[in-house]
Ligand binder design. Structure first.
Ligand SMILES: Nc1ncnc2c1ncn2[C@@H]1O[C@H](COP(=O)(O)OP(=O)(O)OP(=O)(O)O)[C@@H](O)[C@H]1O
Length: 248
């Protein structure tokens, strides 16, 4: 299992600085990127997946080699579920995954093994031949996770995988994420604290493009006032609450 190291990464969109001097190192486990709207979560994920170019100066390395030098070898290690996604409503789940597998460059024989494996993992085997247009929001999200894990990527990036889902579906996605992470780096962005509180090995709190804190929930709880319950919600309020909105 490899490691992904990010050092001093920044990103400007015109005058707007979306990410400031971000550094972190990721090994196998679940990393929750937490922060309010506009904190820079998607920007960071888009940079890691090479969909967006960072400002010059920072580096991203995979096992010590700069990812720009690894080229497609690096991209093959990435599974990505973007935040905004169009699904092909007329496609069946199986056909959609077949299409995604071909975009990822999987060989036909490999795809024939990988698609059933991914469908099984996200519990969509029974509806593989059904059109996506008839799927619930939760089923669509699970299908998008399935496409992200085709080809057994070592780094899985999920941008708000529970957006718009009801609590029952959110719990389902949460257990699914947990089952993925045994031998992978899984980076999940969300602003829903309860989605990651019990599953994240590390929480990264992003505020205005700055990594305000990183650690396990228990470690981050050290910042709370004495007597304040050590929950991620309280930690979130401590960092992101408005003035006078102390967590306890
Ligand atoms: N393509 C772009 N052009 C201009 N500004 C952008 C662009 N993408 C992001 N931004 C700005 O950069 C900042 C960070 O945005 P980003 O989407 O990374 O935040 P986020 O934490 O993912 O937010 P959300 O939770 O709403 O998705 C925001 O102020 C956003 O308006």
């Amino acid at each position: 299992m490899g490691y992904l190291r990010i050092e001093n990464l920044s990103k400007h969109y015109g005058q707007k600085q979306a990410l400031r001097d971000f550094s972190a190192c990721f090994t196998a486990g679940i990393y929750a990127l937490l922060g309010p709207n506009g904190a820079g979560k998607s920007t960071l994920m888009n940079i890691i997946t090479r969909n967006v170019c960072p400002d010059s100066g920072g580096t991203i390395t995979w096992n010590g080699t700069e990812i720009v030098r690894l080229g497609t070898e690096y991209l093959a290690k990435i599974g990505y579920m973007p935040q905004q996604q169009g699904l092909y409503n007329n496609f069946t789940a199986y056909r959609f995954l077949g299409y995604m597998a071909s975009l990822k460059g999987l060989k036909r024989r490999e795809a024939a093994l990988e698609i059933p494996r991914a469908l099984e993992l996200v519990e969509l085997t029974d509806v593989a031949a059904k059109r996506i247009g008839g799927f619930s929001g939760g089923m669509k999200q699970r299908l998008l996770i399935a496409q992200a894990i085709l080809g057994k990527p070592e780094i899985v990036i999920l941008d708000e995988p529970t957006a718009g889902l009801d609590p029952k579906q959110r719990v389902r996605i949460r257990s699914l994420i947990q089952s993925l992470a045994e031998d992978k780096i899984v980076i999940v962005s969300t602003h829903i604290v309860s989605d990651v509180e019990s599953i994240a090995d590390q929480v990264l709190l992003l505020k205005d493009g700055v990594l305000a804190a990183q650690g396990a929930v228990e470690e981050l709880a050290a910042c709370l006032p004495v007597g304040c319950p050590p929950t991620l919600e309280n930690i979130y309020m401590q960092y992101f609450g408005d003035e006078g909105e102390a967590p306890c």
